[in-house]
Design a protein around this ligand. Structure first.
Ligand code: SDX
Length: 437
């Protein structure tokens, strides 16, 4: 198996003084971003753990894939700035870049495009899985179940130690997510599943599988297809976010890639993470009009009110999420093309952003719009129901998850993830028989 070579550069040592003893810990830097203190030997040497709930100051791995500078609002996929990729690239080209580390030449892209295209159909028996769900099942519940079930159909690409099987599983997942997401939507609206059409591009194919009906010709709108393709690029990867860390942790036990991606889908569903696009649109609908904004801003600032401005704030970005800017451009393009340029929710969103960016509370806590703030308005104008928003996020993020999973498998430093804890429960005590309690 081709193993990843570490590129960490030593910068000397950090010294920890604890109980009048000093412990030297090696320090390293990568190519960008903060240095790290290597604490792998700390527990063995000093018999103490580090404590970092939420991992706000903890690097879980060494990665070449995506770099984020939260203070400067920078996002690079394999070194390429997200705004340049959004403007000049396509989602499938970005998939190749994230998987292989370089932009493909014509021949490499043609081969990759062909392989993905040849994997777009799902096993016909998988269609019966959908019939087990209620029609009103949330598409993310369906995606979790069906993607996890793929490991029951593709035994020939679950050996994680075989690079060829890892490549086939990666291509299968990238290719089949649009088909499965479209089927999840079709099932909830009671329309027949639409098979992939290999003459169409990746995102055009997805739009047709989602919105075409057998009763009439479906013509893909190229402007909308391009906008959705760009939205997929913006969602493709984001270093060690919660769902990617879930995929890596699942993969560290040797679980097959389909099960790991299903775990990532489950984690992404949460409203604090990928579910925020659905929650942000619901929040805008709840606000309803520009004159109601001050009341909701007040609630968002009230520590006793659990209301938060969904689509605002980020664990890493303490500046404007560069994806939110690009999303806003797509929002205007789609609303224009679909005749929703006067969508009242767009006015609410832009006024809410304007007020929040001037408000001391949000400025002091460095809360800016994130990628989810404008995506809901855009996806709704594209015709997707709110319940499909996070499923679209999962579709796009699958390439990031699987690229990070592959990098983890090839990293000799990786072992099964097993965090420790600080125990604060009852100390040892003897059992008390019922009659004596
Ligand atoms: C995504 O990690 C990633 O990369 C994720 C993602 C990706 O591509 O994978 O970028 C995708 O998940 C984007 C984030 C989508 N989530 C939301 O929009 C939900 C609303 N945002 C928050 O829940 C929150 O901002 C988080 C969860 C995103 C970040 O939480 P943190 O870093 O743990 O920050 P925090 O919750 O500790 O907030 C810091 C302070 C707190 O106030 P204090 O306790 O310090 O007084 O800011 C406040 C919070 O109360 N705050 C907000 C707020 N977000 C944080 N106050 C009002 N509205 C908000 N949205």
């Amino acid at each position: 198996m081709t193993m990843k070579q570490s590129k960490l550069k030593s910068t000397g040592k950090a010294t920890l003084i604890y109980e009048n003893k000093s412990f030297e810990l090696p320090t390293f830097v990568g190519s960008e971003g903060p240095a790290v203190v290597d604490i792998r030997k700390l527990y063995g040497d000093a018999d103490i753990f580090t404590y970092d709930p939420g991992f706000t100051s903890t690097a879980s791995c060494e990665s070449d894939i995506t770099f984020i500078d939260g203070e400067k609002g920078i996002l690079l996929y394999r070194g390429y700035p997200i705004d340049q990729l959004a403007e000049h690239s396509t989602f499938l080209e970005v998939c190749y870049l994230l998987l292989h580390g370089e932009l493909p030449n014509k021949e490499q892209f043609a081969k990759f495009d062909h392989s993905i295209t040849m994997h777009t159909m799902v096993h016909e028996q998988l269609a019966s899985f959908f019939r087990g769900f209620r029609r009103d099942a949330h598409p993310m519940a369906v995606m979790c179940g069906v993607v996890g079930a793929l490991s029951a159909f593709y035994h020939d690409s679950t050996d994680i130690n075989d690079p060829r099987q890892r490549e086939v599983a990666s291509h299968r997942l990238i290719a089949k997510m649009p088909t499965i997401a479209a089927m999840a939507y079709k099932y909830t609206v009671g329309q027949p599943f639409v098979y992939p059409l290999n003459s169409l591009g990746y995102t055009e194919n997805f739009l047709r599988m989602t919105f075409a009906v057998p009763a009439e010709e479906y013509k893909v709108n190229p402007i909308l297809a391009k906008a959705l393709d760009t939205i997929f690029i913006l969602h493709a990867d984001h270093e060690q976010n919660a769902s990617t860390s879930t995929v890596r942790l699942s993969g560290s036990s040797g679980a097959n890639p389909f099960a790991c991606i299903a775990a990532g889908i489950a984690c992404l569903w949460g409203p604090a993470h990928g579910g925020a696009n659905e929650a942000a649109l619901k929040m805008l609908e709840q606000i309803g009009s520009v004159d109601k904004i001050p009341e909701f801003i007040k609630r968002a600032k009230d520590p006793n009110d659990d209301f938060r401005l969904m689509g605002f704030g980020h664990r890493v970005y303490k500046n404007y999420d560069p994806r939110a800017k690009a999303m806003q451009v797509q929002a205007h393009a789609v609303l224009e093309e679909t005749g929703h340029q006067n969508d009242p929710l767009l006015k609410v969103a832009m006024e809410l952003e304007r007020i929040a960016l001037q408000d001391e509370y949000f400025v002091s806590k460095k809360l800016y719009p994130n990628i989810d703030f404008y995506s809901g308005i855009t996806l709704r104008a594209l015709g997707f129901p709110t319940s499909m928003f996070t499923a679209l996020f999962a579709l796009a993020r699958t390439v990031g998850w699987i690229a990070q999973w592959g990098e983890m498998i090839e990293d000799p430093a990786q072992k099964i993830g097993r965090p420790r804890q600080i125990y604060t429960g009852a100390q040892r005590r003897d059992y008390v028989p019922l009659g004596k309690r």
